[in-house]
Write a protein that binds this ligand. Sequence first.
Ligand code: SF4
Ligand code: SF4
Length: 182
Amino acid sequence: MGIARGMMTTLRHVFKPAITVNYPEQQREVPVRARTNLLWFEERCTGCSTCAQACPDGCILVQTSPREDGTLNIDRYEIDFRICMYCGLCTEACPYQAIQAGGRYDDAVYVFESMYRNRQTLTGEAQKYLAGTGGRYPNGQMQELIPLTTTMPTARSRVPVAGASGPFGPQRLPGKLDHDER
Ligand code: SF4
Ligand code: SF4
């Protein structure tokens, strides 16, 4: 009876369409909000280090130096994915959504140390992601409204659109004007 039941199950599935795909030749669409990886968008980052403080594993390194206008220059931004548990606390803590969940999931590596990603690697990943989505951040905002420029004079001027009416606006400090107000 057991063998017959097993054969019946097999026969039932023989005539059903396959639910698997021939990875990696074929790849399924990843849902927009899938928490597949971490993406750091340098042009949105102010160097506030909130993400690093929120990370329970201590795998984010932010090193900054002060600018004359009171904002921070980001000297180093690095994530050690060897110890990251993809909990997403850093993405929730970031006031500017400069680090967001998303991106590729096929990042298995041969060399474990290569999971330590520095600023250059992270920016390359982010730019590749934006190129693939036509400039849409994982949170739905469009990059064309926030050009990917890393040499803007102040951190707050990098996110004028998000700050104009959205909930994730730039920090407004006394005596400091935003880019649009100059
Ligand atoms: S996902 Fe979690 S463990 Fe990974 S960097 Fe962010 S806060 Fe740290
Ligand atoms: S990613 Fe966000 S929380 Fe982290 S330093 Fe940049 S702005 Fe601050």
